[in-house]
Write a new protein. Structure first.
Ligand SMILES: NC(=O)c1ccc[n+]([C@@H]2O[C@H](COP(=O)([O-])OP(=O)(O)OC[C@H]3O[C@@H](n4cnc5c(N)ncnc54)[C@H](OP(=O)(O)O)[C@@H]3O)[C@@H](O)[C@H]2O)c1
Length: 268
């Protein structure tokens, strides 16, 4: 890696929001480390970004639910003196009642959304706070603001991401550090996410779907404005405002409506 360009590490870079974010960072002058399980996808994106933007791009394949594969990513971050950006984005959804769904998939989700985010953020903030610059964006969801039957681990792990990021924000502010953190909370976004989950997109009105590029643009704008929580799109801003204002018993009533109205797979 060259010293002149800042380095960004992007997890979940083989598809969707992560791939779109990596493209945007390369265009903005970053070198990149791309992380996900599918090596072929990462290598194809790496050569695209190298030829289009002259970026130095490293494909680092890893299943972040596995400690032995997470460790090399942590180590890569820990020795990156030019690290200025980390996107903790790798994620997936499941559906079904918690006690009926496989325990394995629930544990894997927490390993990915919680433990990988925690460990990679720890490694990154050590670097960034020492150098006095950089940003960590943790991809959460509108799901962080409510919980509904059928996706308990997803909602809980995304709520954890928001609280975790908020805590870091306060710590960095208290230390007067210029390092930024952001919880990026998209609503329905057209990516491979719903294919992986086996979710029928037709259940959601077309007007509610956003593109990965719109989500990335909102995150970048949020960073220039120093925003902790970024909810892309005016519709989802209204949804979140509504959810935040609603008293808990009413929130539970809204949550209970969703499986019967939209089917157990539906989530934001
Ligand atoms: N799409 C939406 O509507 C939506 C809404 C709100 C929040 N989000 C959040 O946005 C983030 C990105 O999702 P997306 O919509 O872009 O979905 P996506 O297109 O399915 O991309 C998910 C990415 O995560 C990677 N990944 C999954 N499991 C992994 C593992 N065990 N280890 C390493 N990488 C793994 C996948 O790569 P490999 O399969 O190659 O490993 C892929 O690159 C997720 O955190 C999701 O919760 C999405």
């Amino acid at each position: 890696m060259t010293d002149s360009r800042p380095l960004a590490v992007v997890t979940g870079a083989s598809a969707g929001i992560g791939a779109a974010y990596a493209r945007r960072l390369a265009a903005d002058g970053y070198d990149l480390v791309l992380v996900a399980r599918r090596r072929d996808r990462l290598e194809a994106l790496a050569s695209e970004l190298a030829s289009r933007h002259g970026a130095e791009v490293e494909a680092l394949p890893a299943d972040l639910t596995q400690d032995a594969e997470l460790k090399p990513v942590e180590d890569r971050i820990a020795r990156a003196d030019n690290l200025e950006f980390l996107l903790n984005n790798a994620g997936f959804g499941t559906s079904g009642l918690f006690y009926e769904a496989s325990l394995e998939s629930q544990v894997a989700m927490h390993r990915l959304h919680v433990m990988a985010t925690l460990r990679l953020t720890h490694a990154a903030l050590r670097q960034m706070t020492a150098h006095g610059k950089g940003a960590v964006v943790n991809v959460s969801s509108v799901a962080a603001f409510i919980t509904r039957p059928g996706n308990t681990s997803y909602y809980a792990s995304k709520a954890w991401i928001n609280f975790f990021t908020e805590g870091l924000y306060l710590e960095l502010k208290a230390a007067r550090s210029p390092v930024q953190v952001q919880a990026l909370c998209p609503g329905y976004t057209r990516t491979e996410f719903h294919d992986v989950m086996g979710f029928d997109r037709k259940l959601v009105p077309a007007s509610l779907w956003m593109t990965a590029e719109e989500v990335v643009e909102a995150s970048r704008r949020g960073l220039t404005r120093g925003r902790l929580i970024v909810v892309p799109g005016w519709r989802y801003k209204l949804v979140v405002l509504f959810l935040r204002l609603l008293p808990r018993p009413l929130l539970h009533a809204v949550a209970r409506l969703s499986p019967s109205r939209f089917g157990p797979q539906t989530r934001l």
